[in-house]
Design a protein around this ligand. Structure first.
Ligand code: TXA
Ligand code: MG
Length: 361
């Protein structure tokens, strides 16, 4: 299949001050592809998504096939207005109204009881459905042009880091889908926060830009799925978001995270890199601006200033992909505080490293 390519970078610049972007004939064409059961990758404020008609069981199956994703891992439906929600969910609990009011459109996904019109192939066989209202103008224009909720997982091959640039999507999906929309680099760089609102109290299933602290502020204390914070995954502990159980975000090399005081971590990583190089390995470090000049590995990539977690989140997946780009097979990473946005950063990093974590004294 030839993948069409639509560049909306200039369009995004032009509609910067509008509430929603204008639907051009090119965007309508993209919407028509979705309506006809095809797949279009598109930018959102979190990561790029791989979109198909969420109410069309065949389109969902194509999404799983293009990504090589296990079919028990459900998709998120993307909408633009609260009215769209009424058509796909059985009930809208009070907590969902509070969250929607505060954080939609934005990087928040909520789990609801699904209506019959949402096919089981979209929800991975579950009676619940995940819904998000993105704020990104290109995403909103595409959903409006398609005239249907768009099912969209992150637009990476299953297991690889989520894409934060159109070039990442191309690497994974070129020739497998009908179209890629380029909206430049995404803003946030980590997938949305997922909150289950079907129970008595809201439960966080995946951390993201909307932090636990922000949710606590709205509801008192919210619960958090224990798999998010675990350091040693227990095979008996089943995550409530099925996708959280898969090895994910993983570069191809063997990755270890080093935790501890900065000087000690630098010294330890340098010792490990020296040894690995001696044994013929290609070494790479995930560093920060503060430390990047102190390493002796073959490749050193900075995720930005340690003091700026938003910058770290923004660059994280790009650096994980760089590791593969340079074909490094021994990967060493610094660790970050698990507070606020750091919880999402460390959750992705631990999974990328397959929970290989070493404490350095
Ligand atoms: O930021 C995002 O959320 C991006 C953009 C494209 O919107 N999408 C994304 O989708 O990250 P994906 O498919 O990579 O991750 C969806 C996660 C998976 O962990 C999945 O198991 C969980 O959401 N999920 C989906 N439906 C669910 C449900 N009904 N119950 C529990 N978890 C669900
Ligand atoms: Mg994903």
């Amino acid at each position: 299949m030839t993948t069409e390519y639509l560049d909306l970078v200039e369009w995004l610049r032009e509609c910067k001050n509008d509430r929603d972007g204008v639907i051009t004939p090119e965007i309508q064409h993209a919407g028509d592809i979705i309506k006809a059961g095809g797949l279009v990758a598109f930018p959102t404020e979190t990561v790029y998504g791989l979109g198909g008609d969420g109410l069309n069981a065949e389109a969902s199956k194509k999404i799983y096939a293009a990504k090589g994703r296990p079919s028990d891992n459900p998709l998120i439906l993307h909408i633009t207005e609260m009215e769209d929600l009424y058509g796909i969910v059985e009930e809208i609990p009070e907590a969902a109204c509070i969250l929607a009011e505060k954080y939609w459109p934005g990087p928040l996904t909520m789990i609801f009881k699904k209506k019959d019109c949402v096919p089981y192939s979209t929800t991975g066989g579950l009676d619940t459905v995940a819904v998000r209202m993105p704020s990104h103008k290109a995403a909103r224009a595409l959903i409006k042009a398609a005239g249907t909720p768009i099912a969209a997982p992150s637009a990476n091959s299953s297991g690889r880091p989520s894409p934060t640039k159109a070039s990442h999507v191309k690497e994974d999906l070129n020739g497998k889908i009908e179209m890629i929309i380029d909206g430049g680099e995404v803003g946030i760089g980590l997938e949305s926060t997922i909150v289950d609102v079907t129970g008595e109290t809201p439960v966080m299933l995946r951390p993201g830009y909307i932090t636990k602290e922000m949710l606590d502020e709205l509801f008192g204390k919210v619960e958090i799925d224990p798999v998010i914070t675990t350091l040693h995954p227990d095979p008996n502990l089943k995550p409530k978001a099925p996708g959280m159980k898969y090895r994910h975000y993983a570069p191809k090399g063997d990755m270890t995270i080093f935790e501890g005081e900065s000087e000690a971590v630098v010294a330890r990583i340098n010792a490990e890199a020296t040894e690995a190089k001696k044994n013929g390995h290609v070494t790479a470090v995930l560093a920060t601006d503060e430390t990047k000049d102190k390493y002796n590995a073959d490749y050193v990539f900075s995720v930005g200033k340690r003091s700026n977690p938003e910058e770290v989140a923004h660059n994280l997946f790009d650096v994980l992909r760089e590791f593969d780009e340079v074909k490094a097979d021994r990967l060493f990473s610094e660790s970050f505080s698990g507070e606020k946005l750091g919880l999402a950063i460390m959750n992705r990093l631990r999974k990328a490293a397959g929970y290989n974590i070493i404490k350095v004294d």
